[in-house]
Design a protein around this ligand. Structure first.
Ligand SMILES: *Cc1c(COP(=O)(O)O)cnc(C)c1O
Length: 439
């Protein structure tokens, strides 16, 4: 039986073109809503001037309380972390901003994320921290051809890098790095996630020794408890890192940079800064451990980079006793004015904010009432006289208006939803267009 489904011929050809092939699969293409093809007023505003400001603040922190004499003689490099689409801010725009601001390298988690940056025209070193380059050799070849810097911790990774390098160098139509390929060796000093332990390092060093095509430029580890108050876990990890560092150097390697510090360690552990630091969250303007005492250390004045804003699209007055939203989880205790905003959990506004969260209207807080739905959320504006259709609403960020001035940060959202600021930022979905501002 033939069904007569009206299809637009040009459109269906386009769809066929979009079926991913091996070549298109190599690059992460999230197809985020672009500002020009959304009708809805919900958007994430990304302030690139704040990215530059946060970078300068972190550099200022590195300049102070950062050890003495010889340790400070060489400047610590800042390689910001742009994994997960730059924590939801849009990796290409953030990368261009940071590259122009003078960073000497960037970090991502996935090969795909590194390729996305190369596709966007970024030329600086890009460290691919996840260590997985695909089950087939084309992943490693893509890495080599695009001169991305791999993290290694197993002999097999080193062998497959060498064979990919030899192959692309011998193939007339492929590009390989002219020089030796830089690699960073990842050490597991206690987190038990990725990396080689001191006990297992001998075969990895042996593989590196047999790979003159590779140059061990970095030695890295990752800290599990840098944002906590307990120092001893980090102390222990750093002791193990120092021990592996000595071992690697005794084995004849001379990695130019050692790195261990995420944002938290950068801010509160000068002894974890070494020659390079890898801040993520702080670059986006969020302090990973606000309120922790940092004796003798500078606290940066970070500026949040992302704000999520929308507008009131519906307003209604409900009598006392009326209910709101799915499941009738909120009941008006008085005659109330309810505003509907076009943002929901599919946009990254956690459903855990139902009857708990707040938004800003006119610079003052208004409570979220009822259950957050997929696309829409209701707020009680009874105490905000004059709240009107199309009035701006801030879900994340700062607002100044006729009632005053206030801000809702990702740490507050995280607190209320039982998660962390990292997850709040990376949860803002691709349905929300990112709008970039330079000031
Ligand atoms: C995510 C990540 C970072 C950055 O962490 P923040 O806490 O966001 O600063 C640094 N290093 C590695 C290995 C990471 O996975």
């Amino acid at each position: 039986m033939r069904r007569t489904v009206p299809t637009h011929p040009a459109k269906s050809r386009l769809d066929e073109d979009e079926i991913p092939t091996a070549a298109t699969l190599r690059v992460l293409r999230p197809r985020r809503a672009s500002p020009t093809d959304v009708a809805r007023p919900t958007r994430a505003e990304i302030n690139l001037a704040h990215v530059r400001h946060n970078l300068r603040e972190l550099e200022a922190c590195l300049g102070e309380g950062a050890g003495t004499g010889a340790a400070r003689a060489a400047r610590t490099e800042v390689w910001p972390v742009l994994k997960a689409d730059a924590y939801g801010h849009g990796a290409p725009a953030i990368a261009r901003t940071l590259e122009r601001a003078g960073v000497s390298g960037l970090c991502v988690a996935l090969l795909e994320e590194g390729l996305e940056l190369r596709n966007a025209g970024l030329g600086c070193p890009v460290l691919v921290m996840g260590g997985y380059y695909g089950r087939h050799r084309d992943g490693v070849e893509a890495l080599v051809e695009h001169n991305l810097t791999p993290v290694v911790y197993e002999a097999s990774q080193i062998e497959s890098l060498v064979s990919a390098l030899r192959y692309v160098r011998s193939a007339p139509d492929r590009n390989g790095p002219a020089e030796r390929l830089a690699v960073h060796l990842k050490v597991d000093t206690g987190m038990a996630r990725l990396g080689v332990t001191e006990a297992d390092i001998a075969p990895v060093l042996a593989a590196l020794r047999q790979a003159p095509e590779l140059e061990l430029v970095g030695l890295m580890t990752h800290l599990a408890c840098a944002d906590g108050e307990t120092l001893e876990h980090t102390d222990e990890q750093l002791r193990r890192f120092a021990s592996v560092d000595a071992l690697v150097r005794r084995a004849g390697f001379a990695p130019r940079v050692r790195h261990a510090a995420n944002s938290a360690a950068l801010l509160q552990r000068p002894d974890a800064r070494f020659e390079l630091v890898r801040p993520g969250l702080a670059i986006y303007g969020v302090d990973p451990c606000p309120g922790l005492p940092r004796a003798g250390l500078r606290s940066p004045r970070l500026r949040p980079v992302m704000e999520v804003v929308t507008e009131i699209v519906a307003l209604r007055d409900v009598p006392e006793g009326a209910c709101v939203g799915y499941g009738y989880t909120w009941k008006a205790a008085r005659p109330s004015r309810i505003a509907t905003i076009p943002i929901g959990y599919a946009d990254g506004l956690s459903r855990a904010l139902s009857n708990r969260g707040e938004v800003l209207v006119g610079g003052r807080r208004a409570p979220i009432v009822g259950t957050v739905s997929m696309d829409l959320t209701m707020v009680d504006v009874t105490d905000l006289p004059g709240a009107a259709l199309r009035e701006p609403v801030v879900v994340l960020g700062h607002q100044r208006g006729r009632f005053g001035e206030d801000a809702i940060g990702s740490a507050e959202l995280a607190d209320k939803t039982g998660t962390i600021a990292w997850e709040c930022l990376t949860s803002i979905s691709r349905r929300v267009p990112r709008i970039y501002r330079q000031a």
